[in-house]
Design a protein around this ligand. Structure first.
Ligand code: TZP
Ligand code: MG
Length: 222
């Protein structure tokens, strides 16, 4: 699949259902790439490389390694924050937050082919973004999480719903996602869920991914 095609709404329906955000900080020491491989075997549909501490060289080397692991699975890799390293790493796009460069700057740097995601936690944040430049939204924190210290209060299914009702952009919920919490998100109109801990801290990341996939399938068929 060409990267341009990934931005289409139909492609995002395939990419966004089970979206794993991963990096060395959130995995057992020395295991992050192996965890990513196991999660791919368990059916994750998208990966985001998120690493707040590595320097450029290390970030780039890790992102390239993740792209190489994901490629045989046909699963795209997006880079958190580091828009300028997307082309060099072979990743398919980037994900930015409210405190990063603007969607306009990111789109200008990425070009028209790459996928661009934006974190949104409130209606105010939603209103500040130009929907034409962003392909999907990460809405949250959906539920309580300790993974991102500055992520703010959980907005819950109602908060997610109110953002979705004002936006036509494909969206995933993020924050505190597990097999126990996703039933509360049923029927909201999300394209998927994004998560860190439930898979990266599992003693069996492949089984955790398969469990999530089964739960998502069950919810969508109800
Ligand atoms: N953005 C909002 S909440 C969050 C991010 C990156 C952390 C999600 O991690 P977890 O462990 O799945 O709650
Ligand atoms: Mg960011």
């Amino acid at each position: 699949m060409t990267t341009t095609a990934l931005r289409h709404r139909d492609a995002l329906r395939d990419i966004l259902p089970l979206y794993l955000v991963i990096g060395p900080e959130n995995c057992p020491p020395g295991r992050w790439l192996q965890v990513a491989r196991l999660a791919l075997e368990g059916g994750v549909s998208c990966l985001q490389y998120r690493d707040k501490t590595s320097d450029d060289a290390q970030f780039l080397a890790n992102a390239r390694a993740l792209v190489a692991v994901a490629e045989p699975f046909g699963v795209p890799v997006l880079l958190n924050d580091r828009v300028e390293l997307v082309a060099k790493s072979g990743a398919q796009g980037a994900h930015i937050g409210q405190d990063d460069i603007s969607p306009k700057e990111a789109r200008d740097q990425l070009g028209e082919a790459a996928v661009l995601g934006l974190s949104v936690g409130s209606l105010e944040e939603l209103r500040q973004h130009d929907p034409k430049r962003v392909d999907y939204l990460g809405i949250g924190p959906a539920f309580a999480t300790t993974t991102k210290a500055d992520s703010g209060e959980a907005i819950g299914p109602d908060g997610i719903s109110s953002i979705l009702s004002c936006s036509n952009t494909p969206a995933v919920a993020i924050g505190g996602i597990s097999t126990k919490t996703i039933p509360y998100l049923q029927g909201l109109g999300l394209f998927g869920v994004a998560l860190i801990t439930f898979i990266t801290q599992s003693s069996d990341p492949k089984a955790a991914s398969l469990d999530m996939g089964r739960e998502l399938k069950m919810l969508s068929s109800r």
